[in-house]
Write a protein that binds this ligand. Structure first.
Ligand SMILES: Cc1cc2nc3c(=O)[nH]c(=O)nc-3n(C[C@H](O)[C@H](O)[C@H](O)COP(=O)(O)OP(=O)(O)OC[C@H]3O[C@@H](n4cnc5c(N)ncnc54)[C@H](O)[C@@H]3O)c2cc1C
Length: 510
């Protein structure tokens, strides 16, 4: 079922068993789990079925600290959410990502990697990925030309990635949602406030608005926010008519620990003799996988560094463009530019035989960001067209991230030297180990994580191990805002897995 919330009488009261706010990767994955469940599911989506400049503008905000993408372009505000232009690169988090590491302040999840295993398997299908296999041996059996570099696997290992087509949730799952008898999608239904009861112990109702001037009320026994990290935090902070500091924010935790992956051009790998590198290239595969060079758990512990990986691509004459420069204030133009770039990118890869001609490869980093309470989302004085306070994102890094990137390449360089295959040269900005500044090319991967982090102690996090907001009996959060740490792998596979885990938990309760 679908209703355009601009077409119903203002002041309508919509009632259901469960209300999901946001129809992106998390919201749609969750809603589909409840299809034919006999429960009345309300799915509220702020946008329509395509990118609209006025709706994107609701996301506009300020950025301070480390330079970041314009916020109105870094997320898509319509049915399907940011999967409308995600790239589909997926890998699972490592067990160490969930552990408390004494050299990484605020690390440690209240759940273990093994708790997500069954949900990862289900998430693979939703994202149209291959078999739930991230072990290189499995892939080598299918193709014996996938030969890893001869590195000491106690130091550097080969982390397997898979590629979603990429699944666009807004088109792939539209029909199923629209045809569902028990899921009722309301488009142009922006939640602008969550109203709690007087005791601030449960959600009483949601205030919904749109640019057509209509206002509605939604009531449901259970409410799940799935608006992505920045908007989840914004909505909780702006829900301050009853709880003055915002909902779930008694301990000033909402909005803190915003995390990204540091994605940046970092150096070159020079081969002095022929080596098989097909395993590390992504353009060639029909099986849709490749490996990245990653630091082992043992070396992370020994060197006291964060988790990170390096990918290889043939050096074709110029350095890769910096992600941070790819998006402008114009959200629609940014989407088009990204789509064109992706098309050209996949056409650019050399053939398998051409690969042998290359002796120089670009090294590109994907590094975990240490959880940092000062890297955060707060509310601005300025309001959007619906009257909601806009956000200020202060993206803040620490010296640990830079030291970790440098160490990643020390280790890869050492291993390459020992193997006699070649040398690594890091880019200028990484060479001086006394310099903690970041270069202008540093960007993120548009991976918004943290802001409502999972922690058993309400003084140190916003949701518990079941993604329930501390202190509010019927309010849950789905998505990467619940991540306690961000690992080095892209977030969507893990956030969908976590959402499926939440769904199973809710089914045992609702
Ligand atoms: C260019 C780009 C490339 C990317 N590539 C990758 C990749 O290769 N691999 C990877 O893992 N990830 C990638 N990502 C990140 C990926 O897109 C996100 O991790 C994923 O979309 C997050 O899902 P989500 O449901 O939490 O948020 P979203 O997909 O952003 O969905 C949130 C939904 O909530 C709605 N909403 C927001 N606020 C409200 C409100 N107040 N009321 C009602 N509805 C609301 C929005 O309209 C939207 O539909 C990429 C992102 C970008 C921008």
């Amino acid at each position: 079922m679908h209703t355009d919330a601009r077409t119903i009488e203002t002041g309508s009261i919509l009632e259901g068993d469960i209300c999901i706010v946001g129809a992106g990767a998390a919201g749609i994955s969750l809603a589909l789990e409840w299809n034919n469940s006999g429960k009345n599911v309300i799915l509220l989506e702020g946008g329509g079925f395509q990118v609209e400049t006025e709706i994107q503008d609701l996301y506009r905000g300020k950025t301070t600290g480390q330079r970041y993408f314009p916020l109105q372009s870094a997320r898509l505000h319509y049915f399907g959410g940011t999967t409308g232009h995600w790239s589909g690169f997926c890998s699972d988090f490592d067990p160490i990502d969930f552990e408390k590491r004494d050299w990484v302040p605020h690390s440690g999840w209240p759940i273990k990697r093994a708790d997500l295993d069954p949900f990862y398997e289900r998430a693979q299908k939703i994202l149209d990925l291959g078999p739930y296999q991230y072990n290189l041996d499995y892939w080598k059996k299918k193709d014996d030309s996938l030969v890893p570099l001869p590195f000491d696997n106690q130091v550097i290992w080969n982390k397997v990635w898979q590629f979603s087509p990429p699944t666009r949730f807004g088109s792939k799952y539209k029909e199923e949602i629209l045809k569902s008898k028990n899921i009722h999608l309301y488009s142009y239904a922006n939640v602008t406030e969550i109203i709690a009861d007087e005791q601030v112990q449960s959600v009483k109702e949601l205030k919904v608005k749109n640019l057509a001037g209509k206002e509605h009320i939604v009531r449901a026994k259970t409410v799940v926010l799935a608006c992505s990290s920045i908007q989840n935090a914004r909505l909780l902070l702006a829900s301050n008519s009853i709880a003055k500091n915002g909902l779930g924010n008694d301990h000033d935790q909402v909005g803190r620990y915003f995390m990204e992956h540091l994605e940046v051009d970092s150096g070159d790998l020079f081969l002095t003799q022929e080596a098989a590198l097909k395993l590390y290239m992504w353009e060639f595969f029909t099986v849709k996988m490749r490996a990245e060079l990653a630091v082992t758990k043992q070396m992370q512990e020994e060197s006291k560094i964060l988790n990170g990986t390096a990918s290889l691509s043939p050096f074709t004459g110029s350095r890769p463009p910096a992600f941070i420069d790819t998006f402008s204030d114009d959200a629609k133009a940014s989407v088009e530019k990204w789509e064109n770039r992706e098309k050209n990118f996949s056409e650019k890869g050399p053939s398998e035989s051409d690969l042998k001609k290359y002796a120089r490869f670009n090294l590109f980093t994907r590094m975990e960001q240490a959880p940092n309470p000062n890297s955060r989302v707060t509310l601005d004085q300025e309001r959007d067209e619906l009257g909601m306070p806009r956000v200020i994102l202060n993206w803040e890094l620490t010296p640990l991230e830079k030291r970790s990137i440098r160490k990643l390449y020390d280790l890869i360089g050492q291993q390459l030297g020992i193997s006699g295959l070649g040398r690594v040269r890091v880019i200028d900005w990484l060479q001086d180990d006394t310099n903690d500044e970041w270069p202008s090319i540093l960007g993120g991967g548009w991976h918004h994580m943290g802001t409502t982090r999972m922690h058993e102690d309400p003084g140190q996090g916003v949701v518990d191990a079941n993604c329930k907001v501390h202190g509010i009996s019927n309010l849950y959060i789905a998505g990467a805002s619940c991540f306690s740490t961000g690992g080095a792998a892209n977030p969507t596979l893990t956030l969908v897995a976590l959402t499926l885990r939440l769904s199973d938990y809710l089914k045992s309760k609702v």
